[in-house]
Ligand binder design. Structure first.
Ligand SMILES: Nc1ncnc2c1ncn2[C@@H]1O[C@H](COP(=O)(O)OP(=O)(O)OP(=O)(O)O)[C@@H](O)[C@H]1O
Ligand SMILES: [Mg+2]
Length: 228
């Protein structure tokens, strides 16, 4: 087996003044693999994804123990910017991820922030708009789009950072059926292109793409055996 691109060792976390949410979480994900993490509402899936993305403990505090390694490097030793250029998260509610008045500006923000040259930013935007089939939305206001289109834009804003690993945290839960088809098609294309996907869901319907399914239950991450 090749070296995992994401290696989680003995991770545990508690929000301030709260009980441990999970402990002894171990997870190895290889390049190009699609891992689903399921679990009941409130079991800590989003919190785990925040830990993987380094947002916990940098922006949200709590008692974090254990280690997350991205391509062999402990995320403790990385900046949020360098983590986000390797691992991106698409959250449940696209409205919390969209800030700008055009789709183009939304997609430009990440690479501009990383200090990419304007030509490179333009190139990445064009590439991502094309790969997601949303060129026609380039000048649209994100908040005027449908739920599915918004999620594609939120995904686009992650993809212009060119991460190798993308976490979808219940990315279709607030999207209608037509929108889901758009997001699933984008996920399938990313998998085809060799990206590593972590698909977080509390429904069991959206897991057709997963190579491995894990369940977060009772504070432990285990192989899924059919029960939430
Ligand atoms: N910032 C926070 N501070 C304190 N507690 C929090 C915070 N965010 C979440 N929680 C609590 O932590 C627990 C796990 O929440 P989390 O959002 O990680 O669950 P989840 O599995 O993603 O749920 P869902 O499927 O509904 O999205 C919940 O009890 C939640 O109320
Ligand atoms: Mg959640």
């Amino acid at each position: 087996m090749s070296l995992p691109v994401l290696d989680v060792k003995e991770l545990s976390f508690a929000y301030p003044a709260k009980a441990l949410l999970f402990e002894h979480v171990n997870l190895q994900v290889c390049a190009g693999e699609a891992v689903a993490i399921v679990g009941r509402s409130g079991c800590g899936k989003s919190t785990l994804s925040l830990c993987l993305a380094g947002i916990i403990p940098r922006l949200i505090g709590g008692q974090l123990q254990g280690e997350v390694r991205l391509f062999g490097t402990p995320t403790k030793e990385m900046t949020l910017a360098s983590i986000s250029s390797r691992l991106g998260v698409v959250f449940q509610n696209p409205d919390t991820q969209l800030f700008f008045s055009t789709v183009e500006d939304e997609l430009a923000f990440g690479p501009e922030n990383l200090g990419c040259a304007p030509q490179e930013v333009k190139h990445r935007i064009a590439e991502v708009l094309e790969s997601l089939g949303i060129e026609h939305l380039r000048h649209s206001h994100p908040h005027q789009l449908s739920g599915g289109q918004k999620q594609l834009v939120a995904l686009g804003a992650v993809l212009t950072l060119q991460p190798d690993i993308i976490i979808f945290d219940e990315a279709v839960s607030q999207v209608d059926k037509a929108g889901r088809a758009l997001v699933f098609a984008a996920m399938a294309a990313l998998k085809q292109a060799g990206k590593t996907l972590i698909i977080i869901e509390h429904e069991l319907e959206n897991l057709h793409m997963a190579d491995t399914i894990k369940v977060l239950r009772g504070g432990r991450l285990e192989l899924f055996a059919g029960q939430l």
